[in-house]
Design a protein around this ligand. Structure first.
Ligand SMILES: Nc1ncnc2c1ncn2[C@@H]1O[C@H](COP(=O)(O)OP(=O)(O)OP(=O)(O)O)[C@@H](O)[C@H]1O
Ligand SMILES: [Zn+2]
Length: 896
């Protein structure tokens, strides 16, 4: 296998890079941090993904960009492949958006499928790739530092020996499983054996024969008993038949005896009844005789003129009809009489009630008149009092009228007068006030004038008075004051006068009011007196008429009382007549009763005769009945004598004895038969059980056969798996032993190549992959005791040896991946670096298709077929690659 081309976009420090890789040794060269390791990581990432790198996806995308892609083309086993991976920032995380492996024949998609396809193709997973081909920076010592166990695992894995161990373990699991199943089955088989043994010891067939012969015996006995039982039953039934016949005859006999008895009894009873009827006939005849006598007497008391035996119902009913007619007429008259009496009674009662009413009315009228008289007296008194009062009022009116004799006005003008005086007074008061003010002013003016004059100045022009023309006004002023004072006095007198006048006018008005009131009162009283006096006359008339009415009523009452007593007399007469009529009616009633009694008597004679006839007939019937009975009695007696002669007591006794015998046998045979039948059933059940056991034993034997076969097969299978297990183990041990020997040889070859002339003689690798280095003097040394550089060389030797072993072991079937060395020279001095160059050359010679070496060591550059220079732009911080062929490389080395 070899890488052909790598194309990167935004992968770590690479923006856009496309690098062709050829076979042979390619040295990748550049300064620290220029991006060399990143190229190898890109290849590894393309094959196995980020997890194999121990990095996360977002660490792979160039800082500050959103998406990255890696494309790797490689050739493998005659085919050409292209892996493409694309990463994109999605939200917070980076995700793989494309992952495709394109081969000549098929295309695989998806990170997981691509990874497993690559693992299948290269026959190694990521860690195997790292262990074998990819010596990562700083991991040079990995194989040496590992424990022998880890080393063994790594190398076994690489050589696919792990698979054998897996197969061995599977075989072991299968063996254990088969063993478990076999043990179970074997336990079951033992179980079956002991069960069969137990059952065989029972001797089932002997048991079965004995039981069958017992059963035959019992069956024979049962048959015999059943025959006997049948015979006994027939015997018993025959005897029973005879007994039943006798029993029937005896029943008939008893029945006939009963019939005879009941017939005799019936005859006796009928005779007794006949006697009774005869007695009754005699009685009835006597009764009829007495009744005939009574009827004769009754007939004598009526006015019917005929002998008793000639009187028939018609005669009697005609008689009764005429008597009833008579009685009805009488009854009518009685009713009329009763009504008359009632009328008279009512008349008397009404008259009496009316008289009482009239009396009461008269009395009421008299009482009313008396009341009126009493009222009249008090009215007269009150009239006298009112007249006195009227006189007093007249006097008062006279007195008040006198007030107006000297007055300026009459009683009708007082109000108008008072108003005019009041108006005049108001005017006078106003004038007085005005005049007073005028006087005040005049007085002030005068005082001022006088003051000025005293000062010697004119009051009008303020000039000196001497010789002034104005002094003459002083006198005028004085005169005005005096006039005004006189006017004031006059007005005051007039006001006082008017005030007095107003007072007088007020009292005059009051008097006029009083006069009007008094006159009103007097007029009212006079009207009242007039009214009352006319009322007195009316009352006197009314009293007169009331008393007259009362007298009239009283006389009318007396009249009524007379009418009442007359009616009473008439009623008494009518009552007497009614008594007579009642007596007549009673007599008539008695006559009717007599005729009725006669009729009754005749009827009862007839019914007695009827009864007698009936009784005689019944008596005759009874006699005939008894005659018939006597005939039947004679028949029955004959039949009884007949039956009695047929009963044979000896035959009955014989039948009874036979029946008893048969029954006794039947009773005894039943439990015996039951017992035998129980015995038979039991035997049959036992036989069934033994037969079952035999069948069971057969089936157990069958099962045992089958199980034994299964166990045998399992034993074989167990042995087979055990053999398989050891085979795998042996194979692995053998293969490992071969590998170890080969590996040790190759390791020593490589080691010699690198360490010629040094202090070490050879390396030993034992079966458990423990490594020991031997010094020239033969002392052994643990590899970890080597110096750093020695260890690096040693490790490279080991790796190259493993790589060679794989290359030979796999036999070209799956060509190995490129040998990748990242900074292998770190711990090496220049001498050893040239040894490394030799090693690389020898690997090439051994046929390793492609070797990629990352190094900044110039000496290694000279060993390269191809040189890839990596540079980083210090301003953009982006790396770029440049390929040169070997000649250029050598030149470059020389140049440096
Ligand atoms: N995701 C990334 N984006 C941008 N730059 C990155 C990213 N990851 C790593 N780098 C840078 O890539 C550069 C290359 O690192 P790398 O290990 O490939 O260098 P190198 O050439 O192998 O160095 P040395 O000689 O020291 O081993 C480093 O400077 C690192 O800072
Ligand atoms: Zn003057």
């Amino acid at each position: 296998m070899r890488f052909e081309r790598l194309r990167l976009s935004n992968f770590k420090c690479y923006a856009d890079t496309d690098l062709e890789l050829s076979s042979g040794v390619t040295v990748i060269h550049g300064l620290n941090g220029s991006g060399k390791s990143s190229l190898l990581e890109a290849c590894f990432f393309a094959l196995y993904g980020a997890r194999a790198l121990d990095q996360t996806l977002d660490e792979l995308v160039t800082i500050g960009t959103q998406e990255a892609s890696v494309d790797l083309w490689f050739a493998h086993d005659g085919g050409h492949y292209h892996i493409q991976r694309e990463l994109k920032q999605r939200g917070d995380s980076v995700q793989t958006t494309t992952c495709v492996l394109e081969g000549d024949e098929e295309t695989v998609e998806g990170a997981r499928d691509v990874r497993s396809a690559v693992t299948d193709l290269l026959r190694m997973d990521a860690s195997a790739f790292v262990n074998c081909a990819y010596v990562r920076q700083g991991e040079v010592n990995k194989l040496i530092n590992a424990s022998p166990g880890q080393r063994q695992d790594m190398i076994d894995d690489l050589l696919q020996l792990g698979k054998l161990e897996e197969y061995r373990e599977r075989a072991s699991d299968a063996r254990v499983g088969v063993g478990r199943v076999r043990d179970n089955k074997r336990g079951a088989l033992d179980d079956l054996d002991s069960q069969i043994e137990e059952k065989e010891s029972e001797a089932y067939h002997d048991q079965l024969n004995a039981l069958r012969s017992d059963l035959a015996d019992v069956r024979e006995k049962i048959e015999r008993y059943e025959e006997n039982r049948e015979r006994a039953r027939a015997e018993r039934d025959a005897a029973q038949e005879i007994l039943d016949e006798y029993e029937q005859r005896r029943g008939e006999l008893a029945e006939i005896e009963g019939d005879i008895e009941s017939l005799t009894e019936a005859i006796r009873e009928t005779e007794r009844k006949r006697g009774e009827i005869g007695d009754r006939i005699t009685e009835l005849r006597e009764e009829r005789e007495t009744e005939r006598e009574t009827a004769g007497d009754l007939l004598g008391a009526t006015d019917i003129d005929a002998p008793l035996n000639e009187i028939d119902d018609e005669t009697l009913s005609n008689r009764l009809d005429s008597l009833h007619e008579e009685r009805e007429g009488l009854q009518e008259r009685l009713n009329d009489q009763r009504l008359e009496i009632q009328q008279y009674d009512t008349e008397a009662e009404t008259a009496r009630e009316r008289a009482a009413e009239l009396d009461a009315e008269a009395e009421q009228k008299r009482a009313e008149a008396a009341d009126l008289e009493a009222d009249l007296e008090s009215t007269r008194e009150r009239v006298a009092q009112t007249r006195e009062k009227i006189e007093t009022l007249e006097a008062q009116i006279e007195e008040t009228n006198a007030t107006f004799e000297d007055a300026p006005v009459g009683p009708d003008e007082t109000d108008a007068h008072r108003e005019s005086v009041a108006d005049e007074l108001t005017a006078c008061r106003e004038e007085l006030t005005t005049t007073k003010t005028e006087l005040e002013n005049a007085r002030e003016t005068l005082a001022e004038t006088e003051e000025l004059l005293d000062a010697g100045k004119c009051p009008e022009c303020g000039q000196s008075v001497d010789g002034a023309p104005h002094v003459e006004t002083l006198d005028e002023e004085r005169e005005t004051v005096e006039q005004l004072e006189a006017a004031v006095d006059e007005l005051r007198a007039r006001r006082d006068e008017l005030e007095a006048e107003l007072e007088q006018a007020g009292s005059l008005a009051d008097a006029a009011d009083e006069l009007a009131r008094l006159r009103d009162e007097r007029d009212q009283l006079e009207t009242l007196v007039e009214e009352r006096e006319s009322g007195v006359t009316e009352t006197e008339e009314r009293m007169e008429s009331l008393r007259g009415e009362a007298t009239e009523l009283e006389s009318e009452a007396a009249e009524r009382r007379e009418t009442a007593s007359e009616a009473d007399d008439q009623a008494a007469t009518a009552r007497e007549q009614m008594g007579e009529l009642n007596a007549e009616a009673a007599e008539l009633k008695r006559r009717i009763e007599r005729v009725e009694s006669l009729s009754d008597s005749l009827a009862s004679i007839e019914s007695l005769s009827d009864e007698l006839d009936t009784l005689r007939e019944r008596r005759q019937n009874l006699a005939e009945q008894n005659e018939l009975r006597n005939e039947r009695l004679a028949e029955k007696r004959e039949r009884r004598d007949d039956l009695e002669s047929q009963v044979d007591d000896d035959a009955i006794a014989d039948a009874k004895a036979r029946k008893e015998n048969a029954e006794e046998y039947l009773e005894d045979v039943k439990p015996e038969l039951d017992r035998l039948e129980g015995e038979r059933d039991e035997l049959q059940a036992k036989i069934g059980a033994v037969e079952n056991s035999i069948a069971e034993l057969e089936s157990l034997r069958e099962r045992r056969e089958q199980l034994a076969e299964t166990v045998a097969r399992l034993d074989e299978l167990y042995d087979e798996t055990e053999r398989l297990q050891t085979t795998y183990a042996d194979l692995r041990a053998e293969l490992r032993q071969q590998n170890v020997q080969k590996l040790e040889r190759m390791l020593n070859e490589t080691f010699e190549l690198l360490y010629e002339n040094d202090a070490y003689s050879h390396i030993e690798l034992d079966g458990e992959y423990a490594l020991t280095v031997y010094q020239k003097d033969g002392d052994p040394l643990d590899p970890e005791q080597l110096s750093g550089g020695e260890r690096a060389i040693f490790n490279l030797s080991l790796r190259c040896a493993i790589y060679r072993l794989l290359a030979e072991g796999i036999d070209g079937a799956a060509p190995l991946p490129p040998l990748i060395l990242d900074e292998p020279t770190v711990f090496l001095d220049s001498g050893h670096v040239s040894k490394l160059v030799d090693l690389i050359e020898s690997m090439t010679n051994l046929g390793v298709a492609q070797i990629l070496v990352v190094s900044h060591d110039e000496e290694l550059v000279t060993a390269a077929d191809e040189l890839v220079t990596v540079e980083k732009d210090s301003t953009t911080n982006r790396s770029s690659v440049e390929r040169r062929d070997a000649a250029d490389a050598t030149a470059l080395a020389a140049f440096n």
